[in-house]
Design a protein around this ligand. Structure first.
Ligand SMILES: [Zn+2]
Length: 152
C-alpha cells in the first residue's frame, strides 16, 4: 500500500481541500484532483485560470461523480463559474482547453485503475479508513500509471 508521503506536497494539500469541500474522501475524488493537475501540467507552464475550460464526461452517480469535485478543486474551473461543463457518460474523461493558447488535452483514468477500483469499491460498504487509503493510493500513483493523456 502506497503511503501519503509518496505524493507531492501540492497533491496532498489539494486532496485535503477536496475532502473538506466534498465531505468525505474516496478514490474517485482523488482521481478528479489528479486529472485536474495532469491536465494543467500538460497544457504547460503559466496561469490558465481565466482561459481554461474543462469538459468532463462522467456518470451522474456516486462514486464516479465524486470526480467532479476533485477536478473543481485542482483546476478552479467550476460549475458556478461556467468554466466546467459536465456531460453524462459511462466513461470518465476530461478535456482541458486553454482558450488563449488554443491548445487542448484529454485526460482519462487508465482502464486498469478503473477496473481495480470497481473491483474494490462497487457494491461493497467500505470503511472510511479503507476509502481514505484507496484515495491516498490514487494520489501517489505515477502519472502514467494513473491516467492516459491525449494532446490535440
Ligand atoms: Zn464522494
Amino acid at each position: 500500500m502506497a503511503t501519503q508521503t509518496q505524493s507531492s506536497v501540492s497533491t496532498r494539500c489539494l486532496v485535503r481541500k477536496a475532502k473538506e469541500f466534498h465531505g468525505h474522501l474516496g478514490p474517485f475524488l482523488a482521481i478528479g484532483v489528479r486529472m485536474g493537475q495532469i491536465g494543467l501540467s500538460e497544457l504547460g507552464p503559466g496561469e490558465h485560470t481565466d482561459s481554461l475550460r474543462v469538459l468532463l464526461k462522467v456518470s451522474p452517480s456516486v462514486p464516479y461523480s465524486c470526480v467532479v469535485d476533485g477536478l473543481q478543486i485542482s483546476t478552479k474551473c467550476t460549475v458556478g463559474n461556467q468554466r466546467l461543463h459536465i456531460e453524462n457518460a459511462e466513461k470518465i474523461e476530461a478535456k482541458f482547453k486553454d482558450l488563449n493558447k488554443g491548445q487542448s488535452v484529454t485526460v482519462s483514468p487508465q482502464p486498469a485503475v478503473l477496473a481495480m477500483l470497481k473491483e474494490q469499491t462497487i457494491g461493497k460498504s467500505l470503511s472510511e479508513k479503507k476509502l481514505s487509503q484507496l484515495a491516498w493510493t490514487i494520489a501517489s500513483m505515477p502519472e502514467k500509471d494513473l491516467c492516459a493523456v491525449k494532446k490535440e
